[in-house]
Design a protein. Structure first.
Length: 302
């Protein structure tokens, strides 16, 4: 499937299909279900400098054409990952991207330094975390805060830095430009949309955290729109995600401007999904006489 080969930030990948953070664990969980040699890369579960407990109560709720989650970024911490998981992750036949989180600019920088080790090809920086030093606002909703985190991470690592943006903003382009100006090597979008589910029997929220992140096919049109807007506005590569379930979805995101495309919720519904999606993408290229999948990036006629 050489026509599916891509080079993202100087990293050779077998295909543009990437496993999205939070849905593939650290890759080890999917090894029995997917031929990982077909998958371009895996973005691991978000890691902080120290372990995070996550949220109490119900964490996942099914919705029409998707799901809500409020996991709270529970993770074992970067040091534990490096000691107990990375040796096995290195054996996987695909690229590994470390997704990382923090509660302050300093924590982001600390985590980036920890994760700058052999076996990790790039860092994906989740800036949708609450900034505890600024009244609980998310880093990803303020251009200055987003830029501050990006610069701190860039200064702390020699690895390529991909900044993952929150869609819960009025102007996604201003955030994208801010992180580009601060040195981001690439942008990934979108993260989940903020939503709520109500139990009408009890008149209470279904989720223990009240609100949660909406993912799945329901958000795909919003994700496509934001990928299209951002890819036109910045000069760095874009990784698109949001509701990808089929190979044709991957094609849509690439036409909108994404160089690689992440698969998230689909993995939870079917752990073999990424293998099927790669095959469907290859079949589409064959049927449409596309010899190099990179040729379709940004070809939307709009």
């Amino acid at each position: 499937m050489s026509r599916l080969n891509v080079n993202f930030l100087g990293i050779p990948m077998a295909s543009p299909v990437i496993g999205a953070s939070g849905t593939v664990g650290f890759g080890l969980e999917l090894a029995d279900y997917v031929d990982l040699k077909k998958v371009g890369a895996l973005s691991g579960k978000g890691l902080a400098p120290t372990p995070w407990m996550g949220n109490n109560g119900v964490r996942i709720a099914e919705t029409t054409s998707g799901m809500l989650n409020c996991i709270g970024l529970e993770n074992p911490g970067a040091p534990y990952f490096l000691e107990h998981y990375l040796p096995e992750v290195k054996k996987l036949p695909t690229v590994f991207i470390a997704n990382m989180v923090g509660k302050s600019v300093e924590e982001y920088a600390e985590c980036a330094a920890m994760l700058t080790v052999p076996g990790i090809s790039a860092l994906e920086v989740n800036i949708s975390c609450p900034n505890v030093k600024v009244g609980g606002a998310a880093f990803g909703t303020d251009p200055k805060q987003a830029a501050a985190v990006t610069k701190a991470v860039k200064d702390a690592t020699s690895l390529p830095v991909i900044v993952k943006l929150s869609p819960n903003v009025t102007d996604i382009v201003s955030i994208a430009k801010a992180v580009e100006d601060a040195g981001a090597d690439a942008i990934s979008l979108i993260n989940t949309l903020l939503g709520i589910s109500i139990d009408i029997r009890t008149r209470k929220p279904v989720l223990g955290n009240i609100t949660g992140g909406l993912s799945g096919p329901a958000i795909k049109p919003v994700a496509l729109r934001m990928v299209w807007q951002v890819s036109k506005a910045v000069h760095i590569p874009v990784s698109g995600l949001g509701g990808v379930m089929t190979g044709r979805d991957v094609v849509e995101f690439m036409m909108a401007g994404a160089s690689i495309v992440q698969v998230g919720t689909a993995n939870l519904a079917d752990p073999s999904a990424m293998g099927r999606i790669v095959d469907e993408l290859d079949e589409w290229c064959d049927q449409n006489h596309v010899k190099d999948v990179n040729e379709i990036v940004g070809t939307l006629k709009a």
